[in-house]
Design a protein around this ligand. Structure first.
Ligand SMILES: Nc1ncnc2c1ncn2[C@@H]1O[C@H](COP(=O)(O)OP(=O)(O)OP(=O)(O)O)[C@@H](O)[C@H]1O
Length: 271
């Protein structure tokens, strides 16, 4: 499904955070939202999910204003993985993922064969099936992050929103999850992720939106958005940009490194 953001404004109390965001994200695409801390990325994602209601402007899903949809219908269309979700109850991972099926049920309805299939599929593609009987409270940060992504996938949404989905993952799972999100987009899902790692965003996302102070200051493919000038403007940082020999897309490196006068002496274990 296509998601359109039309002149979106949002204010916490009276402080305006989003200042007129307009963009359209076509069906079956993968958009990365990047920008410095406090720019408004999570606030934008929360407005896209319907969790927050815009102060002005609209979010349209295939032309329908999401604020006018009933909550269950919206949840069948839009999956949202927030940043740092707290789950303090001793649920098994399988139970947590199964919660993604709630939009398809009335409260006391028993699970169907489709529910079990959706849970297993979501857990297998996020590499969490082997942890299904473990308690969510006993997982590492990265394991838990993958289970929460599985919960949103199990919801079978048409649009999947993820707030920093790879922030706790090691390099293997970062690439696995990014590849999986790209694959979901090739299979028709509209994927939108807030990402801090500019090089990873550049390699995997089809389009990037660079947010600064509640505005989009650059939108396009990685070559158009990840430029020395844009990074300097948004992050007040000088970087060097090289091209990946694999994808040809930009990779961001530091432009300066501190050189100590005297090298430290390391006593490394032998072996
Ligand atoms: N519930 C809230 N009440 C008041 N202000 C808030 C609230 N949530 C966020 N803000 C403020 O809104 C601004 C944007 O926050 P937001 O979380 O959207 O930024 P972000 O771009 O996602 O940042 P980060 O990269 O640090 O996660 C920040 O100045 C933040 O302090």
């Amino acid at each position: 499904m296509m998601l359109e953001i039309c002149d979106l404004h949002y204010a916490y109390d009276r402080k305006e955070i989003l200042k007129g965001i307009t963009m359209s994200i076509p069906e079956a695409s993968f958009l990365g939202i990047i920008g410095p801390n406090g720019a408004g990325k999570s606030t934008l994602l929360k407005n896209m999910s319907g969790y927050l209601k815009p102060s002005m402007g609209r979010v349209l899903l295939d032309g329908v204003d999401i604020s006018k949809m009933d909550i269950k219908k919206r949840a069948r269309h839009i999956g949202y993985v927030p940043q740092n979700t707290a789950i303090d109850f001793d649920f098994t991972c399988e139970d947590v993922v199964k919660m993604g099926r709630m939009p398809y049920h009335t409260w006391f309805q028993k699970e169907t064969e489709d529910d079990f299939k959706a849970v297993e599929y979501a857990m297998r593609i996020t590499n969490t099936w082997h942890m299904k009987d473990r308690l969510i409270t006993h997982l590492s940060g990265g394991e838990r992050q993958r289970v929460l992504i599985a919960r949103a996938i199990c919801q079978q949404p048409k649009v999947l929103l993820l707030d920093e989905p790879i922030s706790h993952l090691d390099i293997k799972y970062q690439y696995e999850i990014m590849n999986m999100l790209l694959d979901l987009s090739y299979n028709g899902i509209t994927v939108i992720a807030v990402l801090h790692d500019l090089s990873i965003a550049s390699q995997f996302c089809q389009k990037l939106a660079l947010i600064l102070d509640g505005n989009i200051i650059a939108f396009g493919n990685a070559k158009e958005v990840i430029t020395v000038e844009n990074i300097r403007r948004a992050y007040e940082t000088d970087v060097v940009i090289i091209r990946s020999p694999i994808s040809g897309m930009p990779v961001v490196l530091p432009s300066q490194m501190y050189k100590p006068q005297k090298e430290a002496t390391w006593n490394c274990p032998k072996g």
